[in-house]
Design a protein around this ligand. Structure first.
Ligand SMILES: [Zn+2]
Length: 213
């Protein structure tokens, strides 16, 4: 009931915000008066773009985990490690903190990002009966995870530094490294392209129906 005032949407009173500089402008203008970026009231195609990127990322998660991510040459002996065997190897050699960082960055974060984005996009596309509170929690989780995306790069540099410490060791990225890098990149893009105003529309519409009932 207290949310009733928030049901007034900018698009209903002829206003829109600039996607680049967030200036509130008249919805009839085609370009932002401040930064000249093209204006749209709602970008409905952004949902399709985001789905396409997210599905591609999900598919690439399979080769990223199945194929070896690194090739290690130790005194002429070549060993290949997948993400899982790499973590298992670190646990066995008592490098627990690095194993935890590697698990969080290369398994937990990408999976959480994909699950979060799937729920978020499904809520917009299929109008899932998820409460406003839960959707907002999910939205904040995705935003929070987004901040940790640099962790993947940190882990890659850390692993290379650890492995290259001994002169006799030589570490090179294997096929899964490309797939893994693409998973990170595509999930980032999927979260970036989405027009968040579409989620607000859905939340406000749900409020209307609950207050009218
Ligand atoms: Zn602008």
């Amino acid at each position: 009931m207290s949310d009733k005032q928030s049901t007034v949407l900018g698009k209903d009173i002829g206003l829109t915000s600039c996607p680049t500089c967030h200036k509130v402008t008249c919805a009839k203008s085609t370009h932002c008066s401040r930064c000249d970026a093209p204006l749209t009231v709602r970008d409905y195609s952004s949902v399709q773009k985001s789905w396409a990127l997210l599905i591609t990322a999900t598919i690439l998660l399979i080769p990223a985990n199945v194929y070896p991510i690194s090739t290690l040459t130790n005194q002429g002996r070549v060993t290949q490690d997948t993400i899982f065997s790499g973590i298992a190897h670190l646990v066995k050699t008592d490098m627990i903190p690095i194993a935890i960082i590697l698990f969080v960055a290369s398994i937990l974060v990408p999976i959480l990002k994909i699950v979060g984005l799937t729920i978020y996009l499904s809520a917009i596309s299929f109008k899932l009966p998820i409460s406003k509170k839960r959707l907002m929690t999910g939205f904040h989780i995705i935003e929070w995870i987004g901040r940790w995306s640099m962790l993947d790069l940190f882990v890659i540099s850390l692993t290379v530094a650890v492995v290259n410490m001994g002169q006799l060791l030589d570490a090179k990225p294997a096929p899964a490294a490309t797939a893994f890098a693409l998973v990170i990149l595509l999930t980032q893009l999927a979260a970036k392209v989405i027009d968040t105003r579409l989620l607000w529309d859905r939340l406000e519409a749900k409020d209307d129906s609950s207050t009218n009932a």
